[in-house]
Design a protein around this ligand. Structure first.
Ligand code: HEC
Ligand code: HEC
Ligand code: HEC
Length: 443
């Protein structure tokens, strides 16, 4: 009986597998790369700006690698996926891709030869892009220096190496509607909504994912995860003590905000790119996100004032808090208890949303690995304490910070999180104002 079931199951799987293979999309004819001179300079420039807002380089330019030549390893719950070479090299890049093939990849997640692309490439957001903007991105990429480079093979767990399963994912999560402006809102809001939802793919990190790896539409912007970091909510569920305003968001998205500090994890790459994008575009994104965050409430002000004046927790009742408080005095207070006078610190740690999150991960990333600023740039600096403090000391310290600066319940399992994050390579690179990023991309 068992064997019969097994055989039946194998047969069904084989039929489904063969069926799905035939569901490969149509290959599009290879073309010769259009000469660079065939693209209007304005299209190339706007393409550079859009590429900055869309963060294309984060996944397509390897650290110390040639621009857009691929090879960036992206760790996902399904295995490692590599950003590919999107320079116009005819053999290893997109040199033989027509504008039509490029637009299909951006909108449907299908490569020129008809293979399904993995949704680690955020085409489920880019699908909302306007045609003119896709053409500008194509003009920008096709005028880059061609580089001969092939990304390493993906390493995916069974059965994710089988690309046609993406058809199922698309059926569940790919909504191929273009962005439609909301006539009840201002032009600036609509422009910001378009940039944030389509190109900026903010929800890819800031929206929680379902079991099948799609963004949960009922929890849009409720907070998510990215590369071992917590991406805080960008709506009214934000636990931040400091209310976010359009001006504060604009400052944060471009470099550093006096009320919240700056980005220090995966968000740092986003802000480094936005620093070089046109002001009007970033202002529009800020206006849109500010509206999602909701207007600052009088209630927020009372909560905020209470948190800024919060008393020391009672260490006599909990020895862990007493030990954590001692570490804080010895290792942290010289910079953080100075009322924001150390360069790039805010007056109180209670101003960092990371202390209010459901997990201690961001705080532990920063405490263990520190904050570095790219050489030659002005920006925050904080030493990492992975070697100076034991895991137990870091766990006590995190518990103390949570009790001292927030109104949230203690974090569960801090020690396990310390061990997990200690083992990860340091990713703490802060946003330094990178003026002229767009110009540099064009040179
Ligand atoms: C979060 C990471 C990420 C971002 C951001 C990203 N890409 Fe990609 N992209 C990928 C990955 C990963 C692949 C390969 C997917 C696969 O192998 O199935 C890819 C594939 C592509 C492809 C298909 C290339 C090929 O060889 O099949 C194109 C074209 C592309 N990306 C363009 C862009 C553009 C333009 C942007 C910016 C607007 C961008 N990508 C932003 C991760 C990203
Ligand atoms: C040499 C000065 C210095 C020391 C010492 C220091 N920090 Fe920092 N810390 C900074 C700066 C600068 C920032 C960046 C503030 C910003 O721009 O957001 C920062 C940021 C932080 C953040 C916020 C990270 C985020 O989510 O954005 C936390 C939490 C933090 N520090 C905790 C600590 C703890 C705990 C210690 C002691 C173990 C410590 N710091 C020691 C300078 C320091
Ligand atoms: C690659 C993932 C990723 C993308 C894409 C991304 N973010 Fe973030 N964002 C994060 C993470 C992680 C943090 C937490 C802090 C950090 O990394 O420094 C963060 C922090 C933030 C914060 C600070 C929130 C707070 O309360 O402290 C804001 C605001 C923000 N992001 C806005 C945006 C906007 C707007 C976009 C789209 C234009 C965007 N993010 C795209 C990952 C991302």
């Amino acid at each position: 009986m068992r064997i019969r079931h097994l055989v039946a199951l194998l047969l069904v799987l084989a039929v489904v597998g063969v069926g799905l293979t035939f569901l490969q999309a149509r290959p599009l004819k290879p073309t010769d790369a259009p000469p660079a001179s065939s693209f209007a300079p304005e299209a190339v420039r706007r393409g550079a700006e859009l590429a900055a807002i869309g963060d294309c380089a984060s996944c397509h330019t390897a650290p110390n690698g040639r621009p857009y030549a691929g090879g960036v390893a992206l760790e996902t719950p399904y295995g490692t996926i590599h950003g590919t070479n999107v320079t116009p090299d005819p053999d290893t890049g997109i040199g033989r891709w027509s504008a039509q093939a490029f637009a299909r990849a951006m909108r449907e997640g299908v490569d020129r030869e008809g293979r399904r692309l993995y949704p680690a490439f955020p085409y489920s957001h880019y699908t909302r892009l306007a045609g003119g903007d896709i053409d500008a991105l194509y003009a920008f990429l096709m005028t880059r220096t061609p580089v001969r480079a092939t990304a390493p093979e993906n390493r995916l767990r069974f059965p994710y190496g089988f690309r046609p399963i993406v058809i199922g994912w698309n059926w569940l999560y790919l909504d191929r509607k273009r962005f439609r402006p909301d006539p009840t809102k201002s032009d600036q809001w609509n422009h910001g909504a378009y940039l944030a939802e389509a190109l900026g793919h903010c929800g890819a990190c800031h929206t929680p994912r379902t079991r099948f790896g799609g963004e949960d539409p009922r929890a849009h912007f409720n907070g998510g995860v990215a590369e071992g970091w917590w991406a805080p909510p960008l709506n009214q569920t934000s636990p931040s003590a400091e209310p976010w305003t359009a001006d504060g968001l604009y400052a944060y998205l471009r470099s550093w905000d006096a009320a919240h500090g700056g980005a220090v994890g995966p968000m740092a790459a986003v802000t480094a790119n936005l620093a070089g994008a046109p002001e009007a575009d970033v202002r529009a994104i800020a206006a849109y996100v500010a509206e999602r965050m909701g207007p600052p409430q009088p209630l927020n002000k009372a909560r905020r004032d209470g948190l800024m004046a919060r008393a020391e927790p009672d260490g006599s009742r909990d020895p862990a808090l007493a030990r954590g408080g001692a570490v804080y005095q010895g290792a942290c207070a010289q910079c953080h208890a100075t009322g924001g006078q150390t360069p790039f610190t805010v007056p109180s740690l209670a101003q960092h949303t990371s202390l209010f999150g459901p997990v201690p991960d961001n705080v532990l990333q920063v405490v263990l690995h520190g904050i570095r600023t790219p050489q030659g740039a002005a920006g925050p600096l904080m030493p990492g304490f992975a070697d100076a403090l034991t895991p137990a000391q870091v766990a006590d310290l995190a518990a103390y910070l949570r009790a001292r600066f927030t109104d949230q319940p203690p974090w569960p399992d801090v020690e396990a999180a310390v061990r997990r994050i200690r083992g990860q390579p340091s990713q703490a690179v802060p946003a330094a104002p990178v003026d002229g990023a767009v110009q540099k991309a064009l040179d």
